[in-house]
Design a protein around this ligand. Structure first.
Ligand SMILES: [Ca+2]
Ligand SMILES: [Ca+2]
Ligand SMILES: [Ca+2]
Length: 463
């Protein structure tokens, strides 16, 4: 397997792309992503106007009545630092949500063992559980907890190694892509030989209430599972197990769209990331494992009550989305046209709308939003594959991540690492890793003139 297309392949495709770039006028771009005030208001009425380090952390300005107070209670829940006496562990990764979702933003992969851990490793064995989900690994479950309370052995430590591969683009720019290898050091038990491992950094958590309020039919309508229109891009929904409903449901959250709702995602994070039980997940991740000794498999009552789970969920449902910046800048406008002609917008769908739904905050309904995602799974090629299925998502499939707010990553989180495992150290690296259905898009960027690539990046930074 070669990771990168050869120069010969570049040559063959160059002509076709040059033609399609020329035929894409500014007007065509504006039709897909209209310019003007709406485009600025990325989150509709939930848009916030900050481009500082708090840009991801502000409540939607349209919250009404009791919503403001509940958002604040949820903010406290999201920041709450758990200790052993509150039920932290016995197995856990971090003691609070914000240790990974720093400033409601994005985590990065640790470079040294003393760096903070802002990621997790999902685990499983080949096959499926009773609900079509990943099959837990005996002794390790479905996630690696690298920390434990006193008297309990952690499951093991993550190990990450990178090998850099140089790639020279057509304009002469050389980019070093780091190819990671992952393993588990110092496991408390021998690791099963067929263990599957999926490394994932913490994604940003703003604007998610809007994504939860996009009608299921609208998302499914974007799918083109058998590529009927022949553009090389398919996209399909994930369907995952809804624990409360005891039924399959459309997946929306997580890097593989592996969680159906913010409530279940939140309860799963309490459980797997912090060892905090809830009514939804009453069993500790250590339940049934030898190192947990005589500790009870769960706690009654749960470590956090339903009100706290509800508030933390509400907080995530009601965070605002930062407004776009520099929309009328010429470079940015030209970059938008390139984004469309390189077919980025076929997956990173610019515009969606939200609808009212039972149980979701009314403020998030009936908004036109610009998230730059279709919430669908795409085959991203062998280079990005974790080779671990997650419900319907195959080993090389990932959910298109929203690009809104991505231009503020550096300001908010102090780093510019991207993709599911944080391997990309810049937006350019993130794009060049695109393979599979997105290979033609990445190749188009690889062939761009320096000036055009600068414009494309200027557009991404305006999001
Ligand atoms: Ca606990
Ligand atoms: Ca585990
Ligand atoms: Ca298609």
């Amino acid at each position: 397997m070669t990771l990168f297309p050869s120069r010969a392949r570049f040559g063959l495709l160059a002509l076709a792309v040059a033609v399609s770039l020329m035929s894409c006028s500014k007007n065509e771009a504006d039709e897909v992503v209209p310019a003007g005030a709406d485009d600025v208001n990325a989150g509709g009425a939930a848009t916030v106007f900050s481009s500082g380090s708090n840009a991801y952390s502000l409540p939607a300005p349209n919250l009404r009545g009791a919503s403001g107070a509940q958002h604040l209670a949820g903010d406290a829940a999201f920041e709450r630092r758990f200790v052993t006496a509150d039920g932290l562990g016995p197995l856990f990764i971090n003691g609070n949500c914000t240790a990974c979702h720093v400033r409601d933003g994005r985590g990065t992969a640790p470079l040294t063992p003393s760096d903070p851990v802002q990621m997790l490793f999902r685990l499983s064995l080949p096959g499926q559980d009773a609900h079509g989900g990943p099959r837990p690994a005996p002794g390790f479950g479905d996630q690696l907890q690298n920390r434990a309370i006193v008297g309990t052995a952690p499951e093991g430590q993550f190990s990450i190694q990178y090998v850099e591969q140089l790639r020279t683009l057509v304009d002469g720019l050389t980019v070093a892509l780091r190819q990671p290898t992952y393993g588990i050091d110092a496991p408390y038990l021998p690791v099963p030989a067929d263990l599957l491992l999926s490394p994932r950094v913490a994604p940003p958590v703003f604007g998610l209430g809007l994504l939860e309020a996009v009608r299921e039919a609208d998302i499914v309508a974007l799918a083109d599972e058998n590529d009927a229109n022949g553009d090389g891009i398919s996209g399909r929904p994930n369907y995952v197990w809804d624990v409360a409903a005891q039924a399959p449901r459309l997946g929306r959250f997580g890097w593989k769209a592996n969680q159906p709702s913010l409530r279940q995602q939140t309860a799963a994070a309490y459980n797997g990331d912090m060892g905090i039980t809830t009514s939804l997940f009453p069993l500790e991740p250590a339940a049934g494992q030898s190192q947990a000794g005589n500790q009870p498999p769960g706690s009654a009552p749960a470590d956090v009550a339903d009100t706290e789970l509800t508030n933390a969920t509400f907080y995530l449902q009601t965070l605002g989305v930062p407004a776009r910046r520099d929309v009328n800048n010429d470079q940015v406008r030209a970059g938008k046209a390139l984004f469309i002609s390189a077919r980025c917008a076929s997956c990173h769908v610019p515009r969606l709308s939200t609808s009212p739904a039972p149980g979701l905050p009314a403020e998030m309904a009936s908004q036109t939003i610009y998230p730059y995602t279709d919430l669908l799974l795409h085959d991203m090629g062998a280079g990005l594959a974790d080779n671990r299925p997650d419900f319907r998502a195959g080993g090389s499939e990932w959910r298109t991540p929203p690009l809104w707010g991505i231009g503020l990553s550096e300001v908010v989180n102090g780093h510019s690492t991207f993709l599911h495992d944080g391997r990309a150290r810049s937006l350019t690296e993130a794009i060049l890793w695109h393979g599979g259905e997105a290979r033609a898009s990445a190749d188009a960027v690889g062939r761009m003139s320096t000036a055009d690539r600068t414009k494309l990046l200027a557009f991404l930074k305006s999001l």
